[in-house]
Design a protein around this ligand. Structure first.
Ligand SMILES: O=C1O[C@H](COP(=O)(O)O)[C@@H](O)[C@H](O)[C@H]1O
Length: 220
């Protein structure tokens, strides 16, 4: 899966660099992209003109093990791509953090050329989480690119507020790759596809409503 992802991601980026001289992409955090990042990092050394943002982040400093931006820095900071964080201090106010990120990213060439998403067993993508937070994140107007999220309850594995690309920023991406590992996640994908746009899971909504045809990557 990692090798296929690397081929696809580098192909998309090379194509954009060849045709436009620039590429604007969002990469996921969490555990599942790590193997692909390992393979991708050497190719990224020549990515001049590429801007990488995280699809979402936990409101923690980059050195924190929960930081998705920290993960990107570990693999891509040595190359020529420009990395831009979503999360910046102060970390206790997700709405303010989202407003600040919105401003910081406003001059970039939206829509994103590529959004690569991971997903959770609860069907969350980026930090669009099912439950009460989803309606908060969904309430952001279409022109907004970044939303603040204070998960209720706070997930045990990352008990902190978050910032995330909005649903509209994800749906409008020119290419959408979705990756996940394990049989449980395959079941989540099947359910999301069955439920479609009516799904309570953000994954189902994204699969049903994306402007482009999403490409799914899965491995055991
Ligand atoms: O919380 C998050 O979870 C998803 C999935 O993570 P994984 O560890 O199951 O791969 C991830 O895509 C997202 O960026 C992250 O913030």
């Amino acid at each position: 899966m990692a090798e296929s992802l690397v081929r696809e991601v580098s192909g998309i980026i090379t194509d954009r660099l060849d045709t436009e001289g620039a590429a604007f992409v969002a990469f996921p955090g969490g555990r599942s992209p790590v193997r692909a990042f390992e393979f991708l990092a050497p190719r990224a050394s020549g990515w001049r003109g590429v801007t990488i943002i995280p699809t979402d982040d936990r409101l923690v400093p980059p050195r924190d093990r929960l930081s998705n931006y920290g993960l990107l820095e570990r693999y891509f900071a040595a190359g020529q791509a420009q990395l831009i964080p979503l999360a910046r201090p102060p970390f206790d106010d997700p709405a303010a953090a989202a407003d600040a990120a919105e401003l910081r990213l406003s001059d970039l060439a939206w829509p994103l050329d590529l959004v690569w998403l991971g997903f959770g067993l609860d069907g969350h993508v980026a930090s669009l989480l099912p439950g009460p937070d989803l309606s908060v994140a969904m309430r952001y107007p279409d022109w907004r690119r970044v939303a603040g999220v204070r998960p209720v309850p706070l997930p045990a594995e990352a008990p902190v507020p978050r910032v995330t690309l909005t649903l509209s920023a994800i749906l409008s991406a020119k290419r959408l790759l979705i990756s996940g590992c394990g049989r449980d996640k395959l079941e989540v994908v099947k359910r999301a596809l069955d439920e479609g746009a009516e799904s309570q899971m953000p994954l189902g909504i994204v699969l049903a409503k994306a402007k482009c045809q999403p490409d799914l990557f899965w491995s055991r």
